[in-house]
Ligand binder design. Structure first.
Ligand SMILES: NC(=O)c1ccc[n+]([C@@H]2O[C@H](COP(=O)([O-])OP(=O)(O)OC[C@H]3O[C@@H](n4cnc5c(N)ncnc54)[C@H](OP(=O)(O)O)[C@@H]3O)[C@@H](O)[C@H]2O)c1
Length: 308
C-alpha cells in the first residue's frame, strides 16, 4: 500500500484527502516508482471541479499527471530500466502518491543536473507548448503572441519559441513583466486595450492562448493570420472563432503523438541549457488542498510541486 491524494467528491480543494491506496497493479511492461516529486497542473483541480464531468463512477478520483522518482522494481518484459534509476514519468495518472505504477513507456531518464522539483514540473507544460508551437507552425522570423506567458505553459512557450528562432510578445500582469523580460519576451499587460498595445509592438504572425479569456482569443484572431491561432484553455469561444483547439475535449486535437515525441526533445533542449522550469512553490503531498488553493488563486508564478 501507499499514500495517495484523492478527490472524494466534485467541488473545490476541500474535497481532497490522503488515503491508503494501491500503487497500481504491476504488469510485465510496468515500472514501480518511489515518487520524489509530483507536478501540479490546472487540469488536476479542473478534473474534480465538476466542469468536465460529475460521473460518480470516477470517485474517489486519483490525481496528478506527472512525477519524478526512483525506480523500485519493474516488470519482466521491461528492458533498459533498472532499480535505482532516477526518472521522469509522464504520462503518470495518479502521480499524487508516495509510490506509483506506470507503463515503462512513460519513463524517461532524469538528467542528473535537474532537481526533483523541476523534473516533476517539466513535462505537462513542456509537451503542451511543443504541441501548440507545432500546430501554429512557429519558426524562424515569426513574432508569436503568447497569452498567459508567465504561467507554467506560457514560460515553456516563450523559451521554446525562441529555440525555433521566433520573437515572443507575452501577456502577463505587470508584476511578472520582469520575469518575461528575463525569459527574453517582450511583456505586455493584459486588460482593456490589449489589442492596440500588442499592435503597437509589431506584426503578429502566430498566437497561442494559454489564458482562455475572450480578450486573449479576440486579440489573437484580430492580429494573427487565420490558421495560426491556437487555444489551450478557451475551447468554447475558440471553436466559434475557428482557431486550433488543443488538448482534451470534444473537437480538440489531443496531439498524442507530437506530445509523446516532445518529451525527449525537451530533455535535449534542457541539456543544451536553453530551457528552465521555474518552481513557484512546493507543498507536502498531504497539503495538496493548500497547493490547489494557491494555484486557483493564481498568486504563484512558476510551477507548484508536491513532495511526498
Ligand atoms: N489544452 C491543454 O492541453 C492544456 C495543457 C496544459 C494547460 N492547459 C491550460 O492552460 C492554462 C494555463 O495553464 P498553466 O499551467 O500555464 O497555468 P498557470 O501556471 O496557473 O498560469 C496561468 C497564467 O495565466 C495568467 N493569467 C491570469 N489571468 C489572466 C488574464 N485575465 N489574461 C491573461 N492571462 C492571465 C497568469 O498570469 P499573471 O500571473 O501574470 O497574471 C498566469 O501566469 C490553464 O487553463 C490550463 O488548464 C491546457
Amino acid at each position: 500500500m501507499t499514500r495517495a491524494v484523492v478527490a472524494t467528491g466534485y467541488g473545490g480543494p476541500e474535497m481532497l484527502t490522503v488515503v491508503d491506496a494501491e500503487p497500481g497493479v504491476m504488469g510485465p511492461y510496468d515500472v514501480l516508482l518511489e515518487v520524489r516529486a509530483a507536478g501540479v497542473n490546472p487540469a488536476d483541480w479542473k478534473a474534480y471541479s465538476g466542469a468536465w464531468t460529475t460521473d460518480p463512477l470516477k470517485l474517489p478520483m486519483r490525481l496528478g499527471h506527472e512525477a519524478a522518482g526512483v525506480v523500485l522494481a519493474h516488470g519482466r518484459e521491461v528492458t533498459g530500466i533498472a532499480a535505482g534509476d532516477e526518472v521522469i514519468a509522464y504520462p503518470a495518472p495518479g502521480a499524487y502518491a508516495e509510490q506509483l505504477v506506470v507503463p515503462a513507456t512513460s519513463v524517461l531518464p532524469k538528467p542528473t543536473t535537474m532537481s526533483w522539483e523541476k523534473a516533476a514540473g517539466l513535462m505537462v507544460a513542456g509537451v503542451t507548448a511543443v504541441h501548440a508551437l507545432t500546430a501554429t507552425h512557429v519558426g524562424a522570423g515569426d513574432t508569436v503572441l503568447v497569452h498567459g506567458a508567465s504561467g507554467g505553459v506560457g514560460a515553456m512557450l516563450v523559451q521554446l519559441a525562441h529555440c525555433r528562432g521566433a520573437r515572443v510578445i507575452g501577456t502577463a500582469s505587470p508584476a511578472n513583466h520582469a520575469y518575461l523580460t528575463d525569459l527574453g519576451a517582450t511583456p505586455v499587460a493584459y486588460g482593456p486595450g490589449l489589442t492596440d498595445r500588442v499592435r503597437a509592438l509589431g506584426t503578429i504572425t502566430a498566437a497561442v492562448d494559454a489564458a482562455g479569456t475572450a480578450e486573449a482569443l479576440e486579440t489573437s484572431v484580430a492580429l494573427a493570420p487565420k490558421g495560426r491561432v491556437a487555444t489551450l484553455a478557451g475551447h468554447a469561444l475558440g471553436a466559434r472563432l475557428g482557431v486550433h483547439l488543443l488538448g482534451g475535449g470534444e473537437g480538440s486535437d489531443p496531439g498524442t503523438e507530437v506530445r509523446m515525441a516532445a518529451r525527449g526533445k525537451l530533455l535535449r533542449v534542457w541539456e543544451l541549457g536553453k530551457l528552465d522550469v521555474r518552481i513557484g512553490a512546493t507543498y507536502h503531498l498531504a497539503d495538496a488542498a493548500r497547493a490547489h488553493r494557491a494555484g486557483i488563486d493564481g498568486h504563484v508564478t512558476g510551477k507548484i510541486v508536491l513532495l511526498p
